[in-house]
Write a protein of this length. Structure first.
Length: 144
C-alpha cells in the first residue's frame, strides 16, 4: 500500500492499537500521544524514558514484528522542541517546520517566475494556510 494512503493509515491505527494498550496499561505512561505510526511520550525523567524505549522496542520486535526507526527514535527535551505531526512542538506553543515554510516560499517564487499557474499556487496555498493556522504563527501568516 502506498504511504499516506487512507487504507494504510487505517490499518496502522488498528495494528498499533496493541502498542497503545501496552504503553498506557502496562507501562502506565501518562502522557502518550500517537498519530498513525508516529508517537511521543512525555515524562520528566530521562532514565524512565530510556527504560520505556527499551521495553517498547522489545514489545514491537516480539509482539508486532516491527522496529523503532533508529534515527527518529530519540529522547530529547521538550524545551528544544519536538518535531511531531508537522509542527515543532514546545511546552506552551508550536511552530511551523522550517521546511514547510521554505516549500510555500519556493512555490510563490515559482509562480513569480511563471513556472506554475495561479490556480496551482492557490491550491497549494489554501492547503498550506489550513495547516499553518494551527501553529503559533500570527506574524508569519500576516505577511501572506
Amino acid at each position: 500500500m502506498p504511504l499516506g494512503n487512507l487504507t494504510s493509515q487505517f490499518f496502522a491505527n488498528i495494528y498499533l492499537n496493541e502498542l497503545d494498550y501496552f504503553v498506557k496499561h502496562k507501562l502506565k505512561a501518562k502522557y502518550y500521544i500517537r498519530y498513525v505510526d508516529d508517537f511521543i511520550i512525555l515524562h520528566n525523567s530521562k532514565s524512565q524514558l530510556k527504560e520505556w524505549k527499551n521495553e517498547i522496542n522489545n514489545f514491537l520486535k516480539n509482539g508486532l514484528k516491527l522496529e523503532l526507526h533508529p534515527d527518529k527514535s530519540k529522547i530529547i527535551s521538550l524545551s528544544s522542541g519536538v518535531d511531531f505531526v508537522g509542527f515543532i512542538n514546545f511546552y506552551y506553543f508550536k511552530l511551523l517546520r522550517k521546511r514547510n515554510i521554505k516549500n510555500i516560499e519556493r512555490k510563490i517564487k515559482m509562480f513569480n517566475e511563471g513556472l506554475i499557474s495561479k490556480d496551482k499556487l492557490l491550491e497549494s496555498f489554501q492547503g498550506w494556510k489550513a495547516y499553518a493556522k494551527w501553529a503559533d504563527s500570527y506574524k508569519f501568516n500576516k505577511q501572506f
